[in-house]
Design a protein around this ligand. Structure first.
Ligand code: SAH
Ligand code: MG
Length: 319
C-alpha cells in the first residue's frame, strides 16, 4: 500500500523509531495467529504500527498512547487519512497518567526503554487472563549485547535498564516470556498456566470446599435432635423450628392425606419425616429413645397448627 510506504519514508526522514520491517511483520502475524482483537499500545509515535494492526481486520480495536504532542498530531492526521478513527483510539498523555479499566488481548510496549518494567507492572492489570504482552527493542539496536565499557554513559544507562527488563522477564513468577531475535528484539510474555489455575477453581477443589463445608456444618450444628432435653421432656426453640418446618414440608408434599377439615388431628412420628427425607437419621443419632414418646401433632382449624407433644397427648381424629 502506497500510503504505508509514505509513513515509512516519513519516519525514516524524521528519525522516528517505528518498528523495524520484520518486527512489525512478526507482530502482525502474531495478532492474526492468535485472533487478537483488542490491543493497547504504549508509544504510538506517528501511528504507524497502530494503523498496520488496525488494517489487518475490521474487528480489531487499538488504543494507543503517545505523550509527544507533535507525534500525536501526526498520528491523528494519519489515522484520519486511513479512515481508521472507528478502530483506533489515540490518547495524548504520558502513559503513566492514563488509567484504563478495559482489558486487552494484547499489550504492545514500544515506548521509553528505561520504563519498561514500570509499563509492564502498570498495564498487566489491563491484560485479559490469556492475553499477551509484547515488548519491542529489547536489543536496542544490538547494544544490549555489547560490552558496557564500549558505550557512552547515557547509552550505558539505557542498556542497563533494558537488561534489567530482560532479567525481570526471565525471572518473572507470574509470566513466562519468549524472546525473538526479530527486528530489534521482540519478546512475548504470557501468564503462566499455573498462575491461571491459581485463579480458577477446579472441579476437584470445589468438591473439596463442599466437603469441608459439610464437616463444618456438622461441627457447628450437632445432630439437632440430640438437643431434645430428656430430663425436662422438652425441645428447645431452634430444634422445634427445624422439626416443624420439616413437618410443614411433609404436609405440603402429602396434602391429600392432610384434609383441611376443621377439627381434624394428625399424629406423625419422626420416622415419617425421616422416611420422606425431610429429616435425616444422622440428625437424630444418639437420641432415638428421646423421640420414642414424642409425636408431631398437626391439627387443622382454618389452618394447620403444629406441635411437638408426648405420644399420649396426640390422638388422631380424621374426617
Ligand atoms: N509504536 C510505534 C513507534 C513508537 S516509538 C511504531 O512502531 O509505529 C516510541 C514512542 O513512545 C515515542 O513517540 C515516544 O514519544 C513515546 N513514549 C515514550 N515514553 C512514553 C510514555 N511514558 N507515555 C507515552 N508515550 C511515550
Ligand atoms: Mg520500537
Amino acid at each position: 500500500m502506497v500510503r504505508i510506504l509514505e509513513l515509512e519514508e516519513y519516519a525514516a526522514k524524521n528519525n522516528i523509531p517505528i518498528m523495524m520491517k520484520d518486527g512489525i511483520e512478526f507482530l502482525l502475524d502474531f495478532i492474526k495467529d492468535n485472533e487478537v482483537t483488542s490491543i493497547l499500545e504504549i508509544g504510538s509515535a506517528i501511528g504507524y504500527s497502530a494503523i498496520r494492526m488496525a488494517l489487518l481486520n475490521k474487528n480489531i480495536r487499538v488504543t494507543t498512547i503517545e505523550r509527544d504532542l507533535e507525534r500525536y498530531n501526526e498520528a491523528v492526521k494519519n489515522i484520519h487519512d486511513f479512515n481508521l478513527e472507528e478502530q483506533i483510539t489515540i490518547i495524548n498523555d504520558d502513559a503513566f497518567n492514563v488509567e484504563l479499566n478495559q482489558k486487552f488481548d494484547l499489550i504492545f510496549i514500544d515506548a521509553a526503554k528505561s520504563q519498561y518494567i514500570k509499563f509492564f507492572e502498570k498495564f498487566k492489570a489491563n491484560l485479559n487472563c490469556n492475553g499477551y504482552i509484547v515488548s519491542d527493542n529489547l536489543n536496542f539496536h544490538g547494544l544490549t549485547k555489547v560490552d558496557l565499557k564500549d558505550l557512552s554513559r547515557n547509552v550505558r544507562g539505557l542498556v542497563r535498564k533494558l537488561n534489567s527488563y530482560i532479567e525481570f522477564l526471565e525471572t518473572n513468577t507470574e509470566f513466562s516470556t519468549t524472546f525473538y531475535e526479530i527486528g530489534d528484539g521482540v519478546s512475548v510474555s504470557k501468564r503462566k498456566e499455573d498462575e491461571m489455575k491459581k485463579n480458577a477453581f477446579t472441579l476437584i477443589e470445589l468438591l473439596g470446599v463442599i466437603v469441608i463445608l459439610a464437616a463444618v456444618m456438622l461441627i457447628a450444628f450437632p445432630p439437632i435432635l440430640n438437643q431434645i432435653q430428656k430430663s425436662q421432656g422438652g425441645v428447645d426453640e431452634a430444634t422445634k423450628t427445624i422439626i416443624i418446618n420439616a413437618a410443614k414440608l411433609f404436609v405440603d408434599q402429602n396434602d391429600d392425606e392432610f384434609k383441611t377439615v376443621n377439627g381434624n388431628i394428625y399424629c406423625k412420628s419422626f420416622d415419617d419425616l425421616i422416611t420422606s427425607g425431610l429429616l435425616t437419621k444422622g440428625m437424630i443419632s444418639g437420641s432415638e429413645d428421646a423421640l420414642d414418646d414424642k409425636l408431631i401433632k398437626i391439627s387443622y382449624n382454618n389452618g394447620y397448627v403444629y406441635e411437638i407433644v408426648n405420644t399420649a397427648d396426640c390422638t388422631s381424629n380424621t374426617n
